[in-house]
Design a protein around this ligand. Structure first.
Ligand code: ATP
Ligand code: MG
Length: 197
């Protein structure tokens, strides 16, 4: 069985994340994609949603897809979420599964800086997708990553969680940048509205 892991802060989850996951699943014939909101140390992120809220929004976004699901292990573990710790845990639980980590172009270029990347690259493979504003440069990756990063074709989507938080704070529309159920959650809870007083 082949499983894609879609990691991120998902603050909030948006159409770019969903399309990246679906493109990777479709291109590489993945059986499932597991979305894993990462834990954010409290001091790093005062203005955003809580871990519980990010989990709720991720469920709201993916529960209707029969091959998508949500894993809460990084948020439950706390601290800084290093993918190497997560994959060690997952491979202990599911030794028969082959894992693929799905990332946007901004992350692909940054891979050599990931914690224990050489061991990580032996334990899983990466699937990269284009992201507007970032150039995917596989040829500059170190040798140990050369045959471990694959591409998935995806219509480029110029959307980020940062721009959605900003739009929401300014009172501008975020409809169709996030799934309807996530839109309703954000409007209903007022998470990204500017705090009064
Ligand atoms: P922020 O602006 O808060 O950094 P983000 O939109 O970059 O949020 P993240 O949660 O940081 O979202 O990203 C999770 C993963 O999704 C990363 O691998 C990132 O590259 C990828 N990703 C996010 N947005 C897009 C997009 N529009 N197109 C392709 N990949 C994306
Ligand atoms: Mg980001």
């Amino acid at each position: 069985m082949k499983v894609g892991l879609m990691g991120g802060t998902f603050d909030p989850i948006h159409m770019g994340h969903l399309l990246a996951a679906e493109s990777a699943r479709d291109t590489h014939d993945l059986d499932e994609v597991w979305f894993m909101p990462s834990h954010i140390p409290p001091h790093k992120h005062e203005a955003g949603a809580t871990g519980e809220q990010r989990l709720d929004m991720t469920h709201a976004a993916v529960d209707s897809h029969p091959q998508f699901s949500v894993l809460d292990l990084e948020i439950k573990r706390g601290g800084v979420s290093y993918t190497i710790n997560t994959i060690r845990e997952l491979q202990q639980m599911y030794p028969e599964i082959r894992f693929y980590f799905i990332i946007g172009a901004d992350m692909v270029n940054y891979l050599p800086k990931w914690e224990e990347i050489e061991e990580l690259a032996q334990r899983l493979e990466f699937i990269g997708v284009e992201r507007p504003g970032y150039k995917l440069q596989l040829q500059t990756l170190p040798d140990y990553l050369q045959d471990r990063v694959h591409l998935a074709e995806m219509p480029e989507m110029d959307v980020s969680s940062t721009s959605i938080r900003e739009r929401a704070a300014e009172g501008r529309s975020i409809r169709y940048l996030v799934p309807d159920r996530v839109y309703e959650y954000i409007i209903g809870s007022g998470i990204y509205a500017i705090q009064q007083g």
